[in-house]
Design a protein around this ligand. Structure first.
Ligand code: FES
Length: 100
C-alpha cells in the first residue's frame, strides 16, 4: 500500500485488493472501500477546488456536501464518499476537458 496518502489504514487489511487508476497512475485499494477511502489512501486530495488553489478531500463523508466530486474517464461524475471502489475504475481528479 502506498505511503503517500492522506489517510493510513489501521485495520481490516485482509480484504481482497482492488486495482484502480487515479489520473493515469496505478493504485490499489481494498474491496469494500469507498472511492474516497481508496483515493485518499493513495493521494493527499480527491480533486482541486474550483474556487482557489486548495485541494479538496471531502467534508461530510455522507453524501450531503458535494465536496468530493470526482470524474471517471468514461464520463460520469461521482461522489467519492458514497461510491464503492470497483476493479478497473479509472478516476480523474479534474473534470474532462469537455465537461460542461
Ligand atoms: S464528502 Fe460530502 S458529499 Fe461526499
Amino acid at each position: 500500500m502506498s505511503t503517500e496518502g492522506r489517510i493510513r489504514r489501521l485495520a481490516e487489511e485482509d480484504r481482497p485488493p482492488v486495482e484502480f487508476a487515479l489520473d493515469g497512475r496505478d493504485c490499489r485499494a481494498l474491496l469494500g472501500d469507498t472511492v474516497l477511502t481508496a483515493v485518499l489512501s493513495n493521494a493527499k486530495t480527491l480533486r482541486h477546488s474550483e474556487f482557489g488553489p486548495e485541494g479538496r478531500a471531502g467534508f461530510c463523508l455522507m453524501g450531503a456536501c458535494q465536496d468530493c466530486w470526482m470524474w471517471q474517464e468514461s464520463g460520469p461524475r461521482i461522489r467519492a464518499c458514497s461510491t464503492p471502489i470497483a476493479e478497473g475504475m479509472r478516476l480523474m481528479s479534474m473534470p474532462p476537458r469537455e465537461w460542461p
